[in-house]
Design a protein around this ligand. Structure first.
Ligand code: FES
Length: 91
């Protein structure tokens, strides 16, 4: 989907620029020109930056949880332990 019509920049292209470490609308604009013409896409670029931050935080939280589980010796996926696959709890 095209986000910046003036520069013909897709959501994917902007996500790549953001993923390279640009974390402000201005920085994205300097890198690829997105948002630097009419400016009507700046809100959408800001949302993409926000989404990227949330995704990075979520990934870090998952990684940290994995580290904590390893530290306490917990299985990473209890439902996949040998002998438990496909079993349902009995009531
Ligand atoms: S639509 Fe992006 S600068 Fe105009």
């Amino acid at each position: 989907m095209i986000v910046c019509l003036c520069k013909g920049l897709s959501e994917r292209a902007l996500q790549e620029v953001i993923g390279e470490g640009r974390c402000t609308v201005e920085a994205v604009g300097r890198a690829c020109g997105g948002g630097t013409d009419c400016g009507s896409c700046q809100g959408a670029i800001g949302e993409l930056i926000h989404e990227a931050r949330l995704l990075a935080c979520a990934r870090e939280a998952v990684a940290e949880t994995g580290r904590q589980l390893r530290d306490v010796g917990a299985p990473s996926s209890p439902s996949r332990e040998a002998g438990h696959e496909g079993q349902r709890p009995s009531h």
